[in-house]
Design a binder for this molecule. Structure first.
Ligand SMILES: C[S@@+](CC[C@H](N)C(=O)[O-])C[C@H]1O[C@@H](n2cnc3c(N)ncnc32)[C@H](O)[C@@H]1O
Length: 277
């Protein structure tokens, strides 16, 4: 995935973004301005201190702790996005990217926009000539996402304030990605908007939703229906005690993928009842 900012310079200048990093949950994203200062619980960082420093160099905080001045990646920028709702987890976003085949030049629909975290990840992979059409029903979500993406310098996104249960404004798109409560209401519109062999991806947190969604996919002749979940297990790096961390996020959501083909008869797999299988 691309770094989206500060790509060409190793020296921090006015207007650049810097990740002042002590450790994973103790770091700050600063947009550098000559006269500003940044207040942290480790003391005040005058922005002027950062100007002309080299990215990757060490910086001493007012309390004597050492920080690193890092070039923020897209992952870092998203960590500092303003939240409107639960954002997509990296392990889910990564597999969504692979299974929908995201690459430069594609046209992709996404709903709902939420805070724009998944929008940013999709858009970064479609650059420079591809585009995301992102839909949300809530103006506040759309506005927050716009600001988040502006900060991340991602511009190949068109925003729509619209209930997608009423349909999409595009057709012949390469993929459709849905992260909203009732996607089974949107499957017919997804079929109409997708190009042949296009992929629909649906992210949902509960088993109850999966049943409704997969039935809707089958009823609309989608094929190659797959459902699974991703789990990330962190490993503690400690001398003499390298082992899985005792804490873990046990559930993010389920992922459903399906492909639009020519309308054919139902597949055996999806039409089997419980007794038959
Ligand atoms: C969980 S959030 C999406 C988070 C997003 N994937 C992210 O990573 O930031 C779900 C969003 O779907 C929107 N939504 C729900 N139903 C919708 C509908 N019928 N049409 C458009 N947007 C909808 C909600 O307003 C909400 O902002």
């Amino acid at each position: 995935m691309n770094d989206t900012i500060n790509e060409n310079s190793d020296i921090i200048k006015v207007g650049d973004l810097v990740l002042v990093y002590v450790k994973e949950r103790t770091s700050w994203l600063i947009s550098v301005h000559e006269t500003y200062e940044f207040h942290t619980h480790f003391g005040v960082i005058p922005h002027i201190d950062l100007i002309n420093q080299k990215y990757g160099s060490e910086y001493e905080l007012p309390n004597g702790k050492k920080a690193l001045l890092l070039k923020p990646s897209l992952r870092d920028l998203i960590n500092f996005f303003k939240h409107q709702s639960q954002i997509i987890y990296p392990e889910d976003a990564a597999i969504i990217s692979l299974f929908t085949g995201l690459r430069d030049g594609l046209r992709v629909i996404e709903a709902g926009t939420g805070s724009g975290a998944l929008t940013a990840i999709i858009a970064a992979q479609l650059m420079p000539s591809g585009k995301v059409y992102t839909y949300d029903i809530r103006e506040s979500a759309s506005n927050t996402a716009r600001k988040n993406l502006e900060k991340a310098k991602i511009s190949n996104v068109e925003f729509f304030l619209h209930d997608v249960r009423e349909g999409f404004f595009q057709d012949q798109v390469d993929a459709i990605i849905l992260d909203l409560v009732d996607p089974w209401e949107v499957i017919a519109h997804a079929w109409d908007a997708l190009a042949s062999c296009g992929t629909v991806c649906i992210f949902q947190p509960t088993y109850n939703q999966i049943e409704k969604t997969t039935l809707a996919l089958d009823n609309h002749s989608f094929k190659r229906i797959e459902v699974f979940e991703m789990m990330r297990r962190d490993i503690q790096i400690k001398k003499g005690a390298i082992r899985p961390s005792t804490r873990m996020i046990g559930h993010t959501g389920f992922l459903i993928f399906a492909t639009k083909t020519e309308k054919t008869t139902k597949t055996e797999e999806t039409t089997k009842t419980e007794e038959e299988s």
